[in-house]
Unconditional design. Structure first.
Length: 80
């Protein structure tokens, strides 16, 4: 049994996640650029817009993974 490449699996998660609704743009930019600043109020605002916890979670994870991979790829370019 072979183990799948973890980075490929992460890239697949990002690639197969549905595009984010436009109303999540500001929130997802905050997650991507300054996740430390995300508060409960940010989540509450999205829920008030009608987004489910699952939808918020899926988009949050996808954008966080995508940003982590972007940074890893840039680091590999510099190192390699």
């Amino acid at each position: 049994m072979t183990m799948a490449d973890p980075l490929s699996e992460l890239r697949n998660v990002v690639a197969t996640t549905a595009p984010a609704p436009a109303k999540m743009t500001d929130y997802l930019a905050k997650v991507r650029d300054r996740a430390y600043a995300v508060t409960d109020r940010d989540i509450d605002s999205l829920e008030e817009e009608g987004f489910s916890e699952d939808a918020i979670f899926e988009q949050t994870v996808a954008v966080a993974i995508a940003e982590g991979l972007r940074r890893l790829d840039r680091a590999n370019e510099v190192i390699g």
